[in-house]
Write a protein that binds this ligand. Structure first.
Ligand SMILES: Nc1nc2c(ncn2[C@@H]2O[C@H](COP(=O)(O)OP(=O)(O)OP(=O)(O)O)[C@@H](O)[C@H]2O)c(=O)[nH]1
Ligand SMILES: [Mg+2]
Length: 359
């Protein structure tokens, strides 16, 4: 586990912590984002001093906002050896963990290079006026060749991605030839997708270890009533994706598009207005990546935290909105991934759904 300090605003706190956890960071301390960012460092000087003095052993500093090139440069200089990660870099790390296809990986690399290039260019400008040494102490010449390298790679990736897009249908065919039904687990960040994935894969003792090793750890083949099904834990829907990385997000998520069915996980503990809003925008996002006609099984999760009377109302709410916005909705099942409530029922439904699909 990498130890990290997180700076985040109050209203994004829960989400940012879940995202950081998903990217395998152990958050040792949380600070609020500064009301007005410091020109040089983004964070305030007293916080910077505190990190230097009291947290020298951390590996990363995560700032859940979008930093300017100069912030990266100045922070890296002050906090030698600590990774500086902003919202964009954190999200790209998470996308990379979930990216199963070559296209998704390339799109993520392209986004990262494009994001880093202005930082290197700024170092170049500074090195020319003698303010700053380049990476590894190289002078202006070293940085110049690094910039060339970046531009060459960006051009190459852009061309390759155009090519892949044209021939995409072919690779979908290849996937289908795997001839094993696959089910994508989708939903908002923090709704409990990974918990459900773990719960479903943990329940089945017989995991195909050979297949597992050849796939990303976010895919697992499980046996449900003697039927082999591939489960895919997907990247979460995230509020406020910065425009610079929207393409990378969609292509990573769009792998859900090629599965045979989807489980949409919805967090039942959200207040009703948010429950409605997230359910609505879940279907919007699915439509945007091109999901249509594929059966969706909805798992209303975290019901261990809901009192009985409320549960019925929430079930009806989610059912009504979903049926209004999408077809076919296979069913809506109340579950607790954490406490294992109704997981057996969900497995049975999943089995019926997949077997029905194959007929
Ligand atoms: N009470 C309760 N908490 C749950 C349940 N399922 C998940 N959680 C908690 O919700 C939080 C998020 O769960 P994850 O499984 O990581 O959610 P996720 O959808 O994979 O989140 P991302 O990977 O960030 O998109 C964790 O703290 C879980 O312990 C549940 O059934 N009941
Ligand atoms: Mg997860």
């Amino acid at each position: 586990m990498k130890e990290a300090i997180l700076f985040v605003s109050e209203d994004y706190k829960e989400e940012a912590v879940a995202l950081a956890k998903g990217a395998e960071y152990n958050i040792v301390k949380i600070f609020k984002l500064p009301k007005s960012p410091n020109h040089k460092y983004y964070i305030q000087l007293d916080k910077l001093k505190m990190i230097k003095n009291d947290y020298e052993s951390i590996s990363s500093l995560i700032i859940f906002d979008i930093l300017k090139p100069r912030h990266f440069i100045n922070l890296r200089k002050e906090l030698n050896g600590i990774d500086i990660i902003d919202k964009i870099l954190l999200l790209l790390e998470i996308f990379a963990l979930h990216a199963g296809s070559k296209e998704a990986k390339m799109q993520i690399e392209l986004a990262r290079l494009k994001y880093e290039l202005p930082i290197i260019k700024e170092i170049y400008t500074k090195s020319k006026i003698g303010e700053q040494q380049g990476p590894l102490g190289s002078g202006a010449y070293g940085i110049e060749s690094l910039i060339k390298l970046y531009n060459r790679r960006i051009n190459k990736l852009t061309k390759q991605l155009e090519y892949i897009k044209r021939f995409k249908e072919k690779s979908i065919e290849t996937r289908k030839q795997l001839n094993m039904p696959s089910v994508g687990i989708v939903g908002y960040t923090n709704s409990g997708k990974t918990s459900l994935f773990n719960s479903l894969t943990g329940l089945s003792q017989k995991v195909d270890s050979k297949l597992f090793t050849t796939m990303s750890p976010k895919r697992y083949s499980v046996l449900i009533n003697n039927k082999k099904i591939i489960l895919i834990d997907t990247v979460g829907f995230i509020r406020g994706i910065p425009p610079q990385i929207v393409d990378a997000f969609f292509v990573t998520l769009s792998e859900a598009k090629y599965s045979d069915a989807l489980i949409l996980v919805v967090d039942s503990t959200l207040p009703d207005n948010l429950l409605i809003e997230t359910t609505r925008s879940s279907f919007e996002i699915l439509r945007e990546i091109g999901v249509s006609g594929k059966p969706i099984l909805i798992a209303l999760n975290k019901i261990d935290k809901i009192i009985n009377g409320d549960l019925y109302k929430k079930l009806e709410l989610v059912r009504d909105i979903s049926m209004e916005l999408y077809s076919p909705i296979y069913d809506v099942i109340p579950i607790s991934a954490l406490k294992g409530i109704n997981i057996g029922l969900l497995r049975d439904k999943l089995y019926q759904l997949v077997v029905g699909q194959l007929k």
